[in-house]
Write a protein that binds this ligand. Structure first.
Ligand code: GDP
Length: 295
């Protein structure tokens, strides 16, 4: 299951032949291997350090069960701890059944995969029996509106857009259009910039205020490494979002961003995006990500 880190730890323990128990010396060596694995998976240094300290303490307190080796036991402790730190359970979307349509607002930097995610989510909701509508509130780039329209067509979900460059008007009229068309959920794609920008933040903030979304989801590219954490923090400080969508996990990134973001902003990761196609979207499962981080 966690072969690579397990193998490394087995090798470490073998060097200390005859030591069948967990003690200060072998735990020190094991922690060095684990720290390397975490940093190699792009886990933030401070987060990795705190995690190592916790694991060290937990491991020393454990009695080694006869049937497993100390290495296997430590891997299990690390795996459980990582799973727990990433939220333990899968956290579903919280859409109010009373308020119709339910509102999902999507924010994030330009290029993070925000617009693609909106269409993927619409498709997913449609498959689960909902009747979604997509709203283009990313009004400054005509290409972004065209992209949402094309994606909407692909997933067969209507897209609401206006000609004017007025995000608030687009969002509120979109909500109204969804209500008239008896849609039960709207997904609002908002404007992103290439980097954190006060104008973008202020606009997202007023949209949040006006739309009162059931879910405000923040989309972030997992390939951004440490920068993903800083971006998540900046968005959360300003918008107090409800959940995170981690994209481009089909690339090389080992998923350390999931752990770091969860630790820094204390918000659940709800979805992972694993490709460019409209059905490349999965729910986020902490235990699976723990496995990926451990390698
Ligand atoms: P936005 O500017 O945040 O709306 O980002 P887009 O949705 O336009 O996505 C930017 C680029 O990333 C596009 O080329 C997408 O096809 C691509 N993309 C989005 N999500 C993923 C993903 O999970 N994996 C990969 N490999 N590419 C993605």
């Amino acid at each position: 299951m966690f072969d690579s880190l397990s193998d490394k730890l087995e090798a470490t323990f073998k060097k200390l032949a005859g030591q069948a128990t967990i003690n200060e010396i072998n735990i020190g060596l094991a922690m060095r291997d684990i720290k390397r694995a975490l940093l190699g998976a792009d886990v933030n240094y401070k987060v990795a350090k705190k995690l190592i300290d916790d694991i060290r303490e937990k491991s020393l307190g454990e009695q080694v069960i006869k049937s497993v080796s100390p290495a296997q036991m430590i891997v299990k402790i690390v795996y459980d701890e990582l799973t727990e730190l990433m939220g333990g359970e899968q956290k579903p979307l919280n859409l109010s059944p009373k308020k119709l349509p339910a509102v999902i607002m999507v924010a994030g930097l330009q290029g993070s995969g925000k617009t693609t995610f909106c269409a993927k989510l619409a498709l997913r909701l449609k498959k689960s029996g909902k009747q979604p509508m997509l709203v283009a509130a990313d009004v400054y780039r005509p290409a972004a509106i065209d992209q949402l329209k094309a994606l909407g067509q692909q997933v067969d979900v209507p897209v609401f857009a206006i000609e004017e460059q007025d995000a608030m008007k687009a969002a509120l009229q979109g909500l109204e259009a969804a209500r008239s068309a008896a849609k039960d959920v709207v997904i609002v794609d908002t404007a992103g910039r290439l980097q954190i920008d006060q104008v973008m933040m202020a606009e997202a903030e007023s949209l949040k205020h006006a739309l009162k979304p059931d879910e405000l989801l923040f989309v972030v590219d997992s390939m951004m490494g440490q920068e993903a954490v800083n971006t998540a923090k900046a968005f959360n400080d300003r918008l107090d979002f409800d959940g995170v969508v981690l994209t481009k996990l089909d690339g090389d990134s080992r998923g350390g961003a999931a752990l770091s973001i969860r630790q820094v902003v204390e918000k659940p990761i709800k979805f992972i995006s694993i490709g460019e196609k409209v059905d490349d979207l999965d729910l986020f499962y902490p235990d699976r990500m723990a496995q990926r981080i451990l390698g």
